[in-house]
Design a protein around this ligand. Structure first.
Ligand SMILES: [Mn+2]
Length: 363
């Protein structure tokens, strides 16, 4: 009895801040990763595919994606069991309620556990009905005696909330020992994007990277339920690979030198993304703001993100003593308790530029 378990695919994710062209490419990446997951299930001839929520994002999902999903899931010969999560919660207007899903697809639209028997195992699924505030789905649950019972749902295992992403606590919180008390031998879960496996549960993590800084091999998990302790195998299917780089730009005397230095760490492959932390001193001659810099580095649709920590090299001591408006301006800013803050530093640079009669840089 083998299952391919998936969660947190996030089809049609916004990828806010990456710009429209890059975000579009990244959404194509999610689809490709999902299609590879379907093909993996076919190649491995699994007995079922389970999806523990956040398959798509309800507020953004397009008809185009709906048709893609229907076609992809319809290729599978095996049952597909879907337990909606907080991003793809079931409601009367949702894709889950309105799309003509292929016959092999079961959607657990109720927030209480309902069983489906696959290959001698009972898989009990439950779904979210709201985007937040879903209560503990396990409370008061006791599954009837019988074949092995496995839970499929989207929720926050409490012990992990401290080190998982923030903002996850409102969604169907539970603790690992409640699974056993409810009569479940194992749980196929979704919600936490950082993968996690214990004797009793698995969080596969998002198959396609969604943000920079994600750690751990993640993606669909082949779950062999036959042994007393399920055997798991993660099979990465991601389209994009994201990495972090830090670049010190001290010594770059003009914009072209700065662009060239940053350009050197942008991967050549169109499916590799980089988040560049820019540190060091910005020379006074450098006249390029973050927006223009990003446009240059992205060259349309390359996945580049910048964290600007480089500061203009300013001689604050002599500036504050200047006997003119510059001195007054610098002294007033330096007197502020938040002088080191990002906004005040940006105001300092823009203000000094303006007082020199130059177009202010917006860093
Ligand atoms: Mn998610």
């Amino acid at each position: 009895m083998r299952i391919l378990h998936l969660a947190d695919v996030h089809l049609d994710a916004a990828f806010a801040g990456l710009g429209a062209a890059v975000a579009g490419r990244r959404r194509e990446g999610i689809r490709a990763a999902f299609q590879r997951s379907v093909e993996l299930a076919m190649a491995e001839q699994v007995d079922a595919v389970t999806i523990a929520g956040d398959l798509y994002e309800d507020e953004r999902v397009r008809q185009d994606t709906a048709e893609f999903l229907r076609q992809q899931l319809g290729r599978l010969q095996c049952p597909v069991l879907i337990a909606p999560g907080n991003h793809d919660y079931w409601h009367p207007g949702s894709l889950y309620a309105t799309l003509a899903w292929p016959e092999n697809v079961t959607i657990f639209s109720e927030p209480s556990f309902t069983p489906v028997v696959v290959g001698g195992v009972r898989i009990f699924g439950a779904g979210h009905r709201q985007p937040k505030g879903t209560q503990n789905l396990l409370s008061g649950v006791k599954v009837p005696k019988g074949e092995r019972a496995v839970a499929l749902f989207h929720g926050s295992e409490r012990a992990q909330m401290a080190w998982q992403e923030s903002g996850k606590e409102d969604h169907a919180p539970f603790s690992e020992d409640e699974l056993g008390r409810a009569g479940f031998a194992y749980a196929l879960l979704g919600h936490f994007h950082t993968p996690r496996q214990t004797q009793h549960l698995v969080y596969p993590g998002n198959p396609e990277p969604l943000t920079f800084g994600e750690v751990g091999e993640r993606g669909p998990v082949l779950v062999d339920l036959e042994p007393s302790h399920p055997k798991l195998e993660t099979r990465p299917v991601a389209s994009y690979h994201l990495e972090d780089q830090e670049v010190d730009v001290t010594g770059c005397q003009h914009s072209e030198a700065l662009v060239e230095k940053l350009e050197a760490v942008v991967p050549a492959s169109p499916t590799e993304g980089v988040r560049i932390k820019v540190v060091g001193d910005l020379a006074p001659g450098v006249r390029i703001g973050t927006t223009d810099l990003l446009a240059r580095l992205r060259r349309g649709d390359r996945c580049v993100e910048l964290v600007m920590e480089a500061r203009p090299a300013l001689d604050l001591e002599s500036l504050r003593q200047a006997p003119d408006a510059r001195g007054q301006f610098v002294r007033a800013l330096m007197a502020r308790p938040d002088f080191e803050g990002e906004l005040v530093q940006a105001a300092l640079v823009a203000g000094l530029d303006a007082l020199r009669g130059e177009e202010p840089r917006l860093l």
